[in-house]
Structures are given as structure tokens and as C-alpha cells.
Unconditional design. Structure first.
Length: 174
């Protein structure tokens, strides 16, 4: 339950900023790619990344620092007691580390889709799923619930890094 509730909190800024901006960027990127305007395509991806980072990095910092307060205000009542707040806020702190990377990945996926390359994001996602599962087993014992959330954040970072590397290669010095 702690993972579920912490993930719900992380999904709020990701949905408001990450999914919204990547959806808007997809239409612009698709048009630019179809017209062969790769210079403008690169600039649009860069612009979307800057705007997204400006929103998600502060959100992640606030969640990491004020996670316990956020969880207490949002969920603590009834059977969701102080202990539940404590473990959920620990998970939130580790999920918050990956928040910018989850959003960045969405922008890169939109860029690949605009370039009509759907295979690369799927292959990278499958690899990152395996990394996430392995890291879950490795990190859950020393960090307990936080290890599961940290594994997701690390796989999000790896996902965005691999997508960036592949896009950089595809666009020739993005």
C-alpha cells in the first residue's frame, strides 16, 4: 500500500507536466519530422526538456523534503496511521529521485514516435523492466520499501539515459 500511495503522489506532477507536455510535443515533433525540419525538431525536443525539467525538478525536491507532511495531509486518517505515513514517505522520497527522469523519458519516447521509430522505446523499456526487477531484489533487503522505490527511480534514470543516447545517435549530435 505504501508503494501505491507514494506512486499516486508522484503521478500528480508527472501527469500535469510530463504527460501533458509530451502529448503537446508529439504533435509538433511529428509535423517537424514529416517536413524534414530536423534542426527545429532538435530545438523543440530541447525546449520541451527544459520546460519539463523546470517543473519536475522542484516538484521532486519538494516531495523529497516535505514527503512526510504531504503524505500526512493526503492520507493519514483511520487505519492509515503514523507508521503508514512514515513508510509511505520513505517510498515517496526514493520515487521523487526518479521523477524528472520519468518525465524526460516521456519526451524522448514522443521524439521517437514522431520519427516513426516505435521499436527503440519498447526495447529500452523491456531492458529497464529487467533492470527494475533485478534492482528490486537487490535493494529491497537493505532499504525495505525504499529499495523498491529506488529501483524504479534508477531504472527511470537508465531508461532516459539510453533513450537520450539513442536519440543523440539518430539525430547526429542532439
Amino acid at each position: 500500500a505504501a508503494i501505491y500511495y507514494a506512486n499516486r503522489i508522484v503521478q500528480l506532477p508527472l501527469g500535469v507536466f510530463g504527460y501533458a507536455l509530451s502529448s503537446v510535443a508529439l504533435s509538433s515533433l511529428s509535423k517537424l519530422a514529416s517536413e524534414g525540419k530536423m534542426g527545429e525538431f532538435r530545438l523543440t525536443v530541447s525546449f520541451a526538456l527544459r520546460k519539463l525539467t523546470m517543473a519536475l525538478v522542484p516538484s521532486a525536491i519538494v516531495m523529497a523534503i516535505l514527503g512526510q507532511v504531504i503524505i500526512r495531509l493526503a492520507f493519514q486518517r483511520g487505519s492509515f496511521d503514523a507508521y503508514s505515513t512514515q513508510i509511505t514517505s520513505k517510498a515517496l522520497m526514493f520515487f521523487a529521485l526518479g521523477l524528472p527522469f520519468y518525465g524526460i523519458s516521456r519526451i524522448f519516447v514522443s521524439a521517437f514516435y514522431a520519427l516513426q521509430d516505435t521499436k527503440t522505446p519498447v526495447k529500452v523499456a523491456a531492458l529497464c523492466l529487467v533492470i527494475n526487477v533485478v534492482l528490486n531484489f537487490v535493494l529491497m533487503f537493505p532499504l525495505k520499501i525504499g529499495g523498491i522505490a529506488l529501483a524504479s527511480s534508477i531504472s527511470g534514470l537508465v531508461n532516459s539515459w539510453i533513450l537520450w543516447t539513442a536519440l543523440n545517435k539518430k539525430l547526429k549530435r542532439f
